[in-house]
Design a protein around this ligand. Structure first.
Ligand code: HEM
Length: 583
């Protein structure tokens, strides 16, 4: 809903939405009341003067004038009076402003910057307990609104006004000025790139991505086999697994060549995305030394990425040309293996710019090299840490809950048997495993805070949300809301055996692991496939014990906050081979 009224004047918070008419803040009240009083004082004489000037015959007070006389009002007078009143309304919008959502009181200028460390899923959940499910913080010049209830999450995720993404200076620079999908604001460019990605990169039809999941999961299981009987760092293992899956799906390289270099670039990007930069909160401080240093660091990182991906794109362009020539002389229907760069290059044009397509004409979008680079980064960021963190949490929760682990492994014996490995077709029948994956995603959503931005001044639950506010949906808190979930902090996969339990497909706002609505995760199917395949393989081929006699209830289940929320302490466990057949 759009907010009617003027630009910001001041802020004063009110605690109970909808109960009382919001109190105007003192300055606002002063301004509005002042204008109203002034208008009251001046309106009668001014109107009287206008009446007497323009209707010299009507000498008496307009209000006391015979009603029949009003019929003699000249059109000129009527127009002038209307004009005058309109100007007054436009110049002095004395409609009272709504308050911001409740939140801790801040200091002048810096607002709540002292609470910067609270901008995590846990910190915001704590503050929401104190101030309510819709919370407001003022970080310098930036308004932050945190949502921690399913009902308000529904309002935000269904409203087109909140379909933009916030982006700090680092993100804007490193995504080539939002030339990607994940950070593009809602609009025609985003819609078209999302269509391309959904059809060409993440679709089930793109068999190569699914094949790269299978190959890499098998190769990871083989690595574990070599380490049976000794502690294996499952966290590092699964991060290496998902990095390889996305790297190969993106670049199609059959070897690991270049992977280390690329991952180092990504790590630096990741640090820069989350780094504190004063200019993000006070744009007028952008000139200071720290901000300049930061800009140099950004430039260095983007140059490294350019150097790396430009070479890959150029190689692909040459290979595509050669393949097309050889296909011309051979069978047209011959299948050619493609990776994501190939798929995106089909839309490549040297003269592409962000807005050079007509939405009404499908297929008119052209991608520049910057678009291709930025979209590949989306895949790498969207598909690596998220899936790895989900796999590690799922295995950790199952090890911590031996009863549930037993049920999952028994189901694997019943459905697959110990004489072979898991196949893709088995997954549909592994009901308890799927429930356990859902439960792990509920307790540990890989993206615990959804980041959205208000495109315009708007109203949420009766409170004011100014344009460009950062609106964060606390998926982690919502997944543990005691009003929505029984025993919210307990790992109980059985809750999902009930067909009525909320699902994460986007319709139930109690469970938002993949988001919902326009900006929901386009890689959900691929991500779930990788998660289920990896966990099924690792639990079917091996039994896992904790090292050094550690008991399952001693397992540290803390998380850290970054782009995702992985385990604070890597999961380490000792595998024993479980199958009756050679691997
Ligand atoms: C377990 C795995 C995954 C989880 C839990 C997950 C979760 C999410 C969430 C919560 C969002 C944001 C939704 C919002 O802001 O409302 C998102 C967006 C996104 N995800 Fe995923 N994701 C996963 C896997 C993947 C994979 C495998 C890919 C790509 C290969 C991917 C690519 C993306 C992209 C590009 C976006 C941005 C979409 C947009 O802004 O329009 N994700 N994901």
């Amino acid at each position: 809903m759009l907010l009617e009224g003027s630009p910001e004047i001041s802020s004063q918070r009110q605690t109970a939405p909808g109960q009382v008419q919001p109190q105007a803040p003192p300055l606002l009240a002063r301004t509005a009341n002042g204008v109203e009083e002034w208008l009251e004082k001046i309106s009668s004489p001014v109107l009287l003067n206008l009446c007497s000037l323009l209707l010299p015959r009507q000498k008496s007070h307009c209000a006391r004038h015979n009603p029949m006389d009003s019929l003699q009002f000249s059109p000129v007078l009527f127009t002038l009076v209307s004009l005058f009143v309109s100007i007054i309304i436009l110049l002095f919008p004395f409609r009272k402003k709504l308050p911001y959502p409740p939140g801790p009181k801040g200091y002048p200028i810096i607002g709540n910057m002292g609470m910067m460390d609270q901008l995590t899923h846990r910190g915001l959940a704590r503050l929401s307990k104190q101030y309510g499910g819709l919370l407001h913080l003022q970080m310098g010049g930036l308004h932050v609104v945190a949502v921690s209830t399913p009902e308000t999450a529904r309002e935000v995720l269904h409203d087109i006004v909140f379909a933009n993404r916030p982006a700090n200076l680092a993100i804007v620079y490193l995504t080539y000025d939002r030339a990607d999908m994940a950070f593009a604001n809602y609009g025609p460019f985003w819609r078209q790139t999302r269509k391309i990605c959904a059809m060409k990169l993440f679709s089930r039809k793109r068999a190569e991505s699914w094949a790269s999941v299978r190959d890499e999961v098998e190769s990871t299981s083989r690595k574990v086999l070599e380490k049976t009987g000794e502690p294996v760092n499952i966290g590092e293992l699964v991060f290496a697994l998902t990095r390889s899956i996305t790297y190969k799906a993106a670049f199609g390289s059959s070897s690991n060549e270049g992977q280390e270099e690329f991952m180092a670039i990504l790590q630096e990007f990741s640090k820069l995305f989350g780094a504190f930069n004063v200019a993000d909160f006070f744009p007028w401080l952008g000139w200071i030394h720290h901000a300049q240093d930061f800009k140099r660091r950004l430039a260095r990182s983007r140059n490294s990425l350019d150097g790396f991906i430009d070479t890959i794109i150029d190689e692909h362009i040459i290979t595509r040309k050669k393949t097309r020539e050889s296909l011309d002389s051979k069978d047209e229907n011959e299948e050619v293996d493609t990776d994501m760069v190939d798929e995106l290059l089909a839309f490549y044009s040297e003269d592409a710019s962000k807005n050079n397509f007509e939405e009404s004409k499908p297929g008119t979008i052209k991608l520049s090299k910057d678009n291709i680079k930025a979209l590949i980064m989306d895949v790498m960021f969207g598909g690596t840490e998220t899936v790895a963190s989900a796999i590690e949490w799922a295995i950790a929760e199952l090890i911590k809950s031996p009863e549930d682990l037993k049920k999952v492994q028994q189901e694997l014996v019943d459905v697959v048997g110990l004489n072979r490995k898991v196949h893709e077709s088995d997954l549909e029948k592994l009901t308890y495993l799927k429930c356990a994956m859902k439960e792990a995603l509920r307790l540990h959503p890989p993206i615990p805070l959804l980041l959205h931005e208000a495109a315009e001044d708007s109203v949420l639950n009766g409170y004011r949300v100014p344009a460009r506010s950062r609106v964060m949906i606390n998926v982690w808190a919502i997944g543990r809301d005691p009003n929505a979930w029984e025993d919210p902090d307990k790992f109980k996969p059985g809750r999902f055996l009930d067909g009525k339990a909320p699902d994460f497909k986007g319709k139930d706002f109690e469970f938002l692991a993949f988001g919902s609505g326009r900006r929901s995760c386009p890689g959900m199917q691929l991500g779930l496939y990788a998660l289920e395949m990896a966990v099924a393989h690792l639990l079917h081929c091996f039994t896992w014990g904790l090292p050094h006699g550690m008991k399952s209830d001693e397992l540290d289940m803390n998380d850290v906050f970054g782009l995702t929320a992985p385990r604070a302490v890597r999961l380490v466990a000792v595998p024993t081979y479980r199958l009756n057949c050679p691997f």
